[in-house]
Every structure is written in structure tokens, then in C-alpha cells.
Design a protein around this ligand. Structure first.
Ligand code: GLU
Length: 476
């Protein structure tokens, strides 16, 4: 995606890393140890389909093992190659460190267009790829735990988990070998929405930061803010849905691979999503204007721009024309290193990918813990919590029956207060807490250091310091 005159995605990640470490005082040589990718495994395997053998190429790259297991999704896309997988694995290291998910960074990819195959064929391909990785411990609950990424979802994760269990029948923790599974195959509530939900919580955290808001030239609340989103896949769809339905933001344009839909009064995200599911395109959707040249909406006027699709979409060819004062990177690597510099000079604030899309791996962490503990979150506490709340409600009802005190309970108070937290509430609470804590750590660096003028550098500084500390603790 990066134009020819720009560094590759992988070089972009390294350039941004270098910019941050230049401001740090790391022991000699540690900088390089952290930056390099530890290992990349390339596998070519054949699957018999439609009467002939098809050969596929897949990768699993491990960027850093300062903590194990290493973690990161598996992507199905024709753009997958070793450099891309390694860049994405590096981002996983920094992302996990930033949000304190106790993992090293990894990533996998299969060079395939999933739309070219039916479900049964995809199952054969996925199981064979998983087999190749499992037999080399590149999928393993203690060592390397994949998850969904672009082109994969809970269906593929269920196949991978099942494949692992077939090959490791006595591993009691086998189901923890992969996250992002469906609920009835060992998944957790709230994982599918997690990355989009994390984007929403990241924006909440940003809007709670007056200094950050000032730097972006924004005021007020999310309500009524004009949002342009690129990509209505799992991440973009959930982010746009929550921001419009829960926070009252207006989604003024949705950019997809075949054009853009736009409406200054705000689009109905659910309706557009349903349309795409049914027709496989945004074309023909009647309740909005259509524009063939979708990418030009990256440059349109709005308050918040959310690239939630591919890497390198904001690059030297369009950065100068971007008008949004705030960009939140729901995708991995949507802004090239060159564009990052242009945007910084223009005063545009970027909430970086390693923070903005960390909701997925955060909830993956919860799923992995759930799998290892073999019990659903909230199962032990929920009713105990409810009975303690019942005591308070009974007491308040007794007091409000006393006419002289003149107390009344607010409508819905009883019902809301009585409800103990189930798994979904706990997952959302854990995710919100994670996103707030990480934002505060990043923003503290951003606002307090004169040599740091952007959130990306701040994010790298926080996460590299954490990775360095764990190497230090290991005696390296
Ligand atoms: N693929 C997602 C990411 O890029 C999720 C990774 C995970 O849950 O391990 O962060």
C-alpha cells in the first residue's frame, strides 16, 4: 500500500521505534535486541481442492519472547508477506507491553484471499496451516497463542483449537492455545466487539484529557462530533456502531473498498452493515450518497478520522490534504512514517495503533485466563454480590417507607443496583480500566516531556521501557 517513494510498513515501524529510543537511555545493545524480530517461520503446504493440489504460503513470526506465550493474530490476505508479518509482530510486542497484557509479540499470516474459497475448503486450509504450526509449537497455550485478524474470525479460531486438541489429546489447557473463539468453543463474552469497543474507550479517555483535547483543537463531548470511518469490518463496524448509538457521534462517511457512503446528518451504521452482509458491497444502498472514489473521504472535513482497514492508507500522497484534527488508528499501521511527520507538523493529533486497537488483545488476555482457570468470570461472585445489594435495597426501601423522611428511590435504581456483574460486564470493565490506565501512562509522557510532542512517541516510550524492564529483570 505504501507508495514506492516511501519506506515499507516494516521500515515505518522501525523508524518510529528509532525516533522514540533516541530519547531513551537504554543499556548499550538493548535497543537493537528489542527492535529485531526474533524468528519467522515460513511454511508452504499443499491442500487437495477441486481435484488438484493447491500450494499455500503461511508465516508465523515471533518478534519478542521477553514474556511467553507470545501473542498476535493470524491474517488471511493476498498482501501477506514476511515483512508485513514481522512489522505486525513488532507492533504486538509494543501493544501488549503498553496495555500490560503479559505476552511477547507475534503475528501470523496466510497468503490467500478467503473470498475465493467456500467454508469447507477454508476449513481444510486452516486445519492444515494449524497442523504445520502446532507441530512446531508455534501454536501452544504456553508458548504462542494466535487470535483473529484481518480475514479471520471466530470460526477459524474454533477450527484451530479443535486441531490442537486432536493433536494434544491430554493437554488440559489445550483450549487456551488460541483466543477469539466462539463462546461455545471456549470463547469469552465481548471478544468479537473488543477491538471496536477499545477504540470507543480510547476516545472516551482522550475526551477526558483537557490538554489532549486542546492540542487537537477539539472541545465538548463526543456527542454530535463528525466521524469518518474507513473499513466496516469487525473493528470498524463495532467502533462506528458504539460511537453513533451510545455516544451520539455522527458517522458522516463510511469508506469501503468499492467506494464511500456519506451523509452530513450521520449514517445508520447497523443498516449499512446489514446491506454489506447481504450484498457484499456498499453500492446500491439507498439511504445515503455514494462516491466511487472512496479514498477522497480520508481528506474530507470531519472531527475524527478512524482508519480501520489497511496499513499505509495515509501516506505522502494524501497526508498534506488531511483535514481531521484527530486521527485514531483502529487499523495497524494506517499512517506511514512519512505521513506521520507531515501530520504532526500540521498539528493533527494521532492516537496510535498500538494503543487504539489494543482492545482485541486485552480481551484475548481475559479469554486466555478464563481458559486456564476453567471457570467463567463472575460465576462465583455474582449472586453473592446480588444478595449483599439486596440488603442495601431492603434497608433503603424501609427508610423510604417512612413518610417523615420524605425519601424516594429513583426509578430503575433498584433493578440496576441489584444486578450483579456477569462475564460481559466484567470484560467491559476490565477493558475500560486497561484503556484508561494505558492512556494515562501515555498522556503523562506526552504532556510532561518537552522532547515528546506526539502520542505515538509517548506510547513507544512507555512500552519500550516496560520491555526493557523485563529484559533487565531477566539479567540481560
Ligand atoms: N489481531 C489482533 C491485533 O492485531 C488481536 C491479537 C490478539 O488478540 O492476540 O491486535
Amino acid at each position: 500500500m505504501n507508495p514506492a517513494n516511501e519506506p515499507s510498513f516494516r521500515d515505518s515501524v522501525d523508524l518510529m521505534f528509532n525516533r522514540a529510543v533516541a530519547l531513551m537511555d537504554l543499556p548499550p545493545g538493548l535497543e537493537e535486541k528489542i527492535r529485531v524480530c526474533n524468528a519467522t517461520y515460513t511454511v508452504r503446504f499443499g491442500v487437495r481442492l477441486r481435484g488438484r493440489i493447491h500450494t499455500f504460503t503461511g508465516y508465523r513470526s515471533v518478534h519478542s519472547e521477553h514474556m511467553e506465550p507470545v501473542k498476535g493474530g493470524i491474517r488471511y490476505s493476498m498482501a501477506v508477506n514476511q515483512n508485513e508479518v514481522e512489522a505486525l509482530a513488532a507492533l504486538m510486542t509494543y501493544k501488549c507491553a503498553l496495555v500490560e497484557a503479559p505476552f511477547g509479540g507475534s503475528k501470523g499470516g496466510l497468503c490467500i484471499d478467503p473470498r475465493d474459497y467456500d467454508e469447507h475448503e477454508l476449513e481444510l486450509i486452516t486445519r492444515r496451516f494449524a497442523y504445520e504450526l502446532i507441530k512446531r509449537d508455534m501454536i501452544n497455550p504456553a508458548q504462542n497463542v494466535p487470535a483473529p485478524d484481518m480475514g479471520t474470525g471466530e470460526r477459524e479460531m474454533a477450527w484451530i483449537a479443535d486441531q490442537y486438541k486432536r493433536m494434544n489429546t491430554t493437554d488440559i489447557n489445550g483450549v487456551a492455545c488460541v483466543t477469539g473463539k466462539p463462546i461455545n468453543a471456549g470463547g469469552i463474552q465481548g471478544r468479537t466487539e473488543a477491538t471496536g469497543r477499545g477504540v470507543q474507550y480510547a476516545l472516551h479517555a482522550f475526551f477526558r484529557d483537557p490538554e489532549g483535547m486542546k492540542k487537537a483543537g477539539l472541545t465538548g463531548k463526543l456527542e454530535g462530533k463528525r466521524v469518518i470511518i474507513q473499513g466496516l469490518g469487525n473493528v470498524g463496524y463495532h467502533a462506528a456502531k458504539f460511537l453513533s448509538e451510545e455516544d451520539g457521534a455522527k458517522i458522516t462517511a463510511i469508506i469501503e473498498r468499492d467506494g464511500a457512503l456519506h451523509d452530513q446528518d450521520g449514517l445508520n451504521v447497523e443498516a449499512v452493515h446489514k446491506w454489506i452482509e447481504k450484498h457484499g458491497t456498499i453500492k446500491g444502498y439507498a439511504d445515503a450518497k455514494f462516491e466511487e472514489d472512496g479514498a477522497k473521504f480520508l481528506e474530507a472535513e470531519c472531527d475524527i478520522l478512524i482508519p480501520a482497514a489497511l496499513e499505509g492508507v495515509i501516506n505522502l500522497s494524501n497526508a498534506e490534504r488531511i483535514q481531521a484534527p484527530l486521527i485514531i488508528e483502529a487499523a495497524n499501521g494506517p499512517v506511514t512514517a512519512g505521513a506521520d511527520e507531515v501530520l504532526r507538523k500540521k498539528g493533527i493529533v494521532i492516537v496510535p495503533d498500538m494503543y487504539a486497537n489494543a482492545g482485541g488483545v486485552t480481551v484475548s488476555y481475559f479469554e486466555w485466563v478464563k481458559n486456564l482457570s476453567h471457570i467463567r468470570f463472575g460465576r462465583m461472585q455474582r449472586r453473592a454480590e446480588e444478595s449483599r445489594h439486596q440488603l442495601v435495597v431492603d434497608e433503603l426501601e424501609r427508610l423510604s417507607a417512612d413518610k417523615e423522611l420524605g425519601w424516594t428511590l429513583s426509578p430503575n435504581f433498584k433493578e440496576k443496583y441489584l444486578r450483579g456483574a456477569g462475564e460481559l460486564e466484567l470484560v467491559r470493565s476490565g477493558l475500560d480500566d486497561t484503556m484508561r490506565t494505558a492512556y494515562e501512562a501515555m498522556a503523562h509522557v506526552w504532556h510532561s516531556r518537552d522532547d515528546v510532542d506526539d502520542l505515538r512517541t509517548a506510547a513507544y516510550l512507555v512500552s519500550i521501557a516496560k520491555v526493557a524492564a523485563s529484559y533487565h529483570a531477566k539479567g540481560l
